[in-house]
Design a protein around this ligand. Structure first.
Ligand SMILES: [Zn+2]
Length: 238
């Protein structure tokens, strides 16, 4: 199917990154099942919620900041480089697709990016290392020069989906002839609507995930296999 495709799109979820040692926060035992998630409204209205958000961010970052792209990331990057895959739509916030060599403009991040922070008002970018260092002094939640609150550049629970990323993902899903859904359980909406959009537009759909998904019935091919080894073998990438 990859060989026959003229324009493929890859959609990735947490399963691609678990093979790099990044835990799936939504899975049983994941951080979001241990702690009550702090939603966006709370973050904006409560200094204590902002403090707790930054405490958690530092704890998570210590666990995942050493993660490297794995064979699955490399195989996807290879398909992008070959011109087979036009875009990678991802639910992941770890930046590992970019680190594997895919240009920024070909990665569509539906849930934002956790490797830097940004002001909620003026969108100024801040690097985590400087934010963490300042936070550790007195645990004061960081504030931008403009007075806006600084938050990890991810999309929190209750925060609106990024419109431009959603629009691009929709367009890519409509115009591809092969949609590869990889490492996602395809249950988080609206992200999980894209495979159906692709299918309705005449694309073929392949689902590669360790467990069955809710959209298996739509797929032309379902592979319940490990991601890195499977994609690596298909693309001849180590
Ligand atoms: Zn600002």
């Amino acid at each position: 199917m990859i060989a026959a495709s003229r324009r493929a799109v890859v959609f990735t979820g947490a399963g691609v990154s678990t093979e790099s040692g990044i835990p799936d926060f939504r899975s049983p035992g994941g951080i979001w099942t241990k702690y009550q998630p702090i939603d966006f409204r709370e973050f904006k209205s409560s200094e204590e919620a902002r403090r707790e958000t930054w405490r958690r961010k530092i704890a998570v970052d210590e666990a995942v900041s050493q993660a490297q792209p794995n064979r699955g990331h490399r195989a996807i990057a290879h398909l992008v480089k070959q011109g087979k895959v036009s875009s990678v739509i991802t639910q992941n916030i770890d930046g590992l697709h970019q680190r594997s060599g895919i240009p920024d403009e070909q990665v569509i991040e539906l849930h934002g990016n956790g490797t830097y922070a940004a002001c909620l008002d003026c969108a100024k970018r801040y690097e985590l290392a400087e934010i963490f260092a300042a936070f550790r002094l007195k645990e004061d939640p960081p504030v931008c020069d403009c007075g806006g609150f600084i938050k990890s550049a991810t999309i929190s629970f209750g925060q609106p989906m990024p419109l431009e990323a959603m629009r691009r993902a929709q367009m890519e899903s409509k115009s591809c002839d092969l949609f590869l859904a990889i490492g996602s359980s395809l249950v988080v909406y609206p992200a999980a609507s894209f495979p159906a959009v692709a299918k309705q537009s005449g694309s073929r759909l392949v689902i590669l995930n360790r467990e069955p998904t809710d959209l298996d019935y739509l797929a032309d091919l379902v592979l319940n296999l490990e991601i890195g080894p499977t994609l690596g073998d298909v693309t001849d990438v180590e």
